[in-house]
Design a protein around this ligand. Sequence first.
Ligand code: PRX
Length: 635
Amino acid sequence: MGRYKIKDLSHYFKQYKKSVKNPVRFWDKIASDHFEWHQRWSNVLDFDMKEARFEWFKDAKLNITINCIDRHLKKKGDQVAIIFEPNNVDEEVQNITYKELYARVAKMANVLTEMGISKGDRVCIYLPMIPELAVSLLACARIGAVHSVVFAGFSSVALSTRINDCDCKLLITADGGFRGSKVIDLKQIADEALKSCPGIKDVLVVKRTHQPVSMTPDRDYWLQPLLDEAAAMHVAEVMDAEDPLFILYTSGSTGKPKGMLHTTAGYMVYMGYTFKNVFAFKKGDIYWCTADIGWITGHSYIVYGPLLNGATTVLFEGIPSYPDHGRFWDVIQKHKVNIFYTAPTAIRALAKESAAYFENRDLSSLKVIGSVGEPINEEAWKWYYENIGRRRCPLVDTWWQTETGGIMISPLAFVTPTKPSHATLPLPGIQPALMDELGNEIHGNLVSGNLCIKFPWPGMARTIYGNHQRYIDTYFSTYPGRYFSGDGALRDETGYYRITGRVDDIVIVSGHNLGTAPLEDLINSHPSVAESAIVGFPHDIKGNALYGFVILKEEAGNSDGDEIRKEINQLISDNIGPIAKLDKIQFVQGLPKTRSGKIMRRILRKIAENELNSLGDTSTLLNPEVVDNIMSNRL
Ligand code: PRX
């Protein structure tokens, strides 16, 4: 426990009990007390866990941007809503007040309407971390269009797949993006993607880097001149509670990425509630989440959660290592950040650097620090708590997923005593369960199992866009009647949860979810590759890295191995993005298989982890002899 005051945890337990005993009353009160509605709901919740059908706040009418912006204008119009901290230190910071944000969103909403976009249309957003990104999300929500943000580090193929999967009509992109010392050619990548996206009628282009780009007549438009012409006022579209708000893609363990669909009222209530309580947000706090808006963390806790609470949220364009490894600490000092939320990967990378980068920075403004995206190992937890939080700030290790919309298991700052590497307790309203392989719930403490959620919560995704059956199959059929997260967890002697990692074929590399099967399919398309298997292995900084075991075709026998390795990683870069590149590629003669022909990934995982003594029984394999061969040539 740190040198800050913890309130009595019994209040949490009281609230928690109430929330479980009567979830309807619990969420009804939160929704009533903290948000503005055009029309109240007739029913808080109607659901069917088996069919994965969830209806929250039936008949309610609202617009989330009225809750994020308009309702703050009276009292907080001149307060800064977004602090834009550019990549380059010599570029000026932008302080965007709530009033200015209103005008920018209204103009953008009017531009979108002018372009023929209306309620229900899907708009793809492929932008760097600049204010236009947040403004675009809000403008879509303003007019009832469904935003689908694609992380600006994704390749053209990944972009076109996502555009086509949900039939986007319009793309918002930029000429380029700054990322550390690099410039990303976003427009060029988008142009390549659009060759196979017939549904995109128009492209709005933000001028960011001022690099020369090609503009296709009658399709591509510079955004600024259109904004200059647009009116700075806009009457928000009135939305139904369950109208779609956004689609965000996440990797699947098989097949194409899953477009998780989030809807309006439940998402709003959950983001407003979780942001305020997990981070103990108080009026006037400056809040900074270092994620990219291209991921759920950015959607929920850079844009929606903070703005719903009238907070000042920092939007940072750069990376932790540019111009040097002190950048995060400089930004905290410069903007007097009170709440800081980042990922274990960044913490591990920065912990390796000289103490000079943080020792002399004034971090005294910090009151709460947070972690998200992957398990935070004890060493990183302690480093973060001691050196950045200076033992004065509660460290909230927040467990959640793209699918859950918002934070599910986490300490509540100043309420829950923290423990290294433990996400601790479920938020009120969240009912976790640990399950065994036979489908039984494991009760009691000092146990481990697969992490499920037993009861709906407002922020949960409603479906996978265009494929509800896949939504049911992926999340609601392993343990019928329950949401299965795909994560393993243990419960310690006090009932605290510790998330241990994925139990499926998804590997989290630097906080990014990567499905191994789709990567294997891609590698197998290389002309020299016969078959492949990919597993994760522990990596000091990235948490996990990818290890590929690849069987080459006979005719590739004389080719240069290093050349093929390069080509494989290029293939991955081109089709997914550099984040999915393999760290190690070992050419093998065969892959360990069961008698029914399934690859035994468990064995490959052990080899990749260098746990050669705990391979388990290999005698039941179809081809036990390949194991020795793989082990002796391990990279
Ligand atoms: O494995 C868990 C891990 O990240 C997965 C969700 O990834 P994504 O949908 O990209 O969302 C990331 C941001 C919420 C989870 O299934 N994960 C996330 N937070 C934690 C975590 N693992 C351990 N501890 C966490 N705090």
